[in-house]
Write a protein that binds this ligand. Structure first.
Ligand SMILES: [Zn+2]
Length: 231
């Protein structure tokens, strides 16, 4: 049957009106709240900091990011509200060569070079924790190996770095795009990835507290499922 021969309003039976009622109920009371909830996740409020994307050698996939717990598991935390978890895709479009891999190097992002996201000063650099085999994680040292960089107006935390890979230390002045470490799997992490978040400068007493602010890269606010093509 050709589409043009179909009635615009097909005949309805009582049962279909009933199911229409159920569908309307679901649409109004289940989907509509979700629909209004998630779009809010694609924008931020308050201050933000503009940074250079800190990875350059491939296709990166935002596994967590945005302003909603639906898009970003960090969103419930005031400091990490706008944090991003960044993974990397291989040529097949997957994050690793197999699902239950026994090798960290089969994760595409493992040992990827991390570049400074801004011109700034390193205020903390930790490089002592081991890279763990998934699904093992370190719940005592959440960030694992990390670098805290004081950018303009913001302190930026880059976490889960590879042990022994840091090439900067406390007090170093660094430039945007300068190689500073490699991606690892230290701390409280389910697989190798880069965690990054920013807080308003000089708020907080450790790398994991303070007043979280949004990050933009090239004025883009990245959210879950976004792809970044590194150069
Ligand atoms: Zn994270």
């Amino acid at each position: 049957m050709q589409a043009k021969s179909l009635p615009i309003y097909p005949a309805q039976k009582i049962s279909s009106y009933l199911s229409l009622g159920v569908s309307s109920f679901i649409a109004l009371f289940v989907l509509a709240p979700l629909a209004t909830y998630v779009p809010g996740g694609y924008s931020f409020s308050g201050e933000s900091v503009e940074l250079s994307f800190p990875l350059r050698n491939g296709v990166y996939y935002i596994a967590h990011g945005g302003n909603s717990p639906v898009l970003n598991h960090h969103n419930v935390d005031a400091t990490q509200k706008y944090a991003l978890d960044i993974t990397k895709l291989n040529r097949l479009g997957t994050r690793a060569t197999s699902l239950y891999t026994a090798s960290l190097t089969s994760y595409t992002i493992f040992e990827d070079t991390l570049y400074s996201p801004c011109n700034g000063t390193v205020s903390e650099a930790v490089d002592t924790f081991p890279d763990l085999m998934p699904p093992e994680s370190d719940r005592k040292h959440l960030a694992g190996n990390y670098i805290l960089v004081q950018c303009q107006g913001a302190d930026v935390v880059l976490a889960h770095l590879q042990k022994g890979s840091l090439v900067v230390q406390d007090g170093d002045n660094i430039q945007a795009g300068q190689a500073i470490a490699k991606i690892g799997n230290s701390g409280n992490t389910s697989e190798p990835h880069l965690h990054i978040h920013a807080r308003r400068e000089n708020t907080g007493t450790s790398s994991l507290d303070g007043e979280g602010i949004a990050i933009t890269f090239g004025e883009q606010f990245l959210v879950r499922s976004d792809l970044v093509f590194g150069q």
